[in-house]
Design a protein around this ligand. Sequence first.
Ligand SMILES: Cc1ncc(C[n+]2csc(CCOP(=O)(O)OP(=O)(O)O)c2C)c(N)n1
Length: 161
Amino acid sequence: MMQFDKKDLTNQELIHIYTELIKPRMIEEKMLVLLRQGKIAKWFSGIGQEAISVGTALAMAADEYILPMHRNLGVFTVRNIPLHRLFSQFQGKPGGFTNCRDRSFHFGTQEFKIVGMISHLGPQLGVADGIALANVLSKNGKSTAVFSGMAVPVRVIFMNR
Ligand SMILES: Cc1ncc(C[n+]2csc(CCOP(=O)(O)OP(=O)(O)O)c2C)c(N)n1
C-alpha cells in the first residue's frame, strides 16, 4: 500500500488544510446545482481547482493582501469572511460589502485584506506591484499575492518573499 508523504506537516495541520479545501468545494457543488435549477443567474466556478486558491491563501499571513479573481472562492473562505456576508455580496443583498451596489467577485474588503478584482485582464498586477513596493519601502517583510487567471495555476505571483 502506498504511504501518504506527510512531509513535515502534523495531522492537525493536514486536517486544517483539508477542511479549508473542502469548504469551497461544497459551496461550489451547491452553487452549480442552484445555477442549473435557475435559482441563481450567475456563478463563476473554480470547481476542481480549489487547491490553487486555498493553498495560496493559506501561505499568506492574514494581514497580507491578496488580489483574487472570479474563480478564487477559496481565497474568500480561507480569509474567513462570514458566509452570510460573502453570499449577501454575491447575491447583491444587504449585509455584503458594497451596499447592494453590485454583486459577484468585484468587491474588496480592507477588513480581510482582499483587493477587489479588476475586469480588465492585467491591470490588477500593477495594483499588486504598488502594494508590494509599499511593503518593500516600509521594510515590513510582507508579501502580496495576485491572480491573473485561474485556468493556469502558475498565474499567481508572489512578491517580496
Ligand atoms: C484586457 C482585456 N482584454 C480582453 C478581455 C475580455 N476577456 C474577458 S474574460 C477573457 C478570458 C479570460 O480567460 P481566463 O483568464 O482563462 O479566465 P476564464 O476563462 O477561466 O474565465 C477575456 C479575454 C478583458 N477582460 N480584458
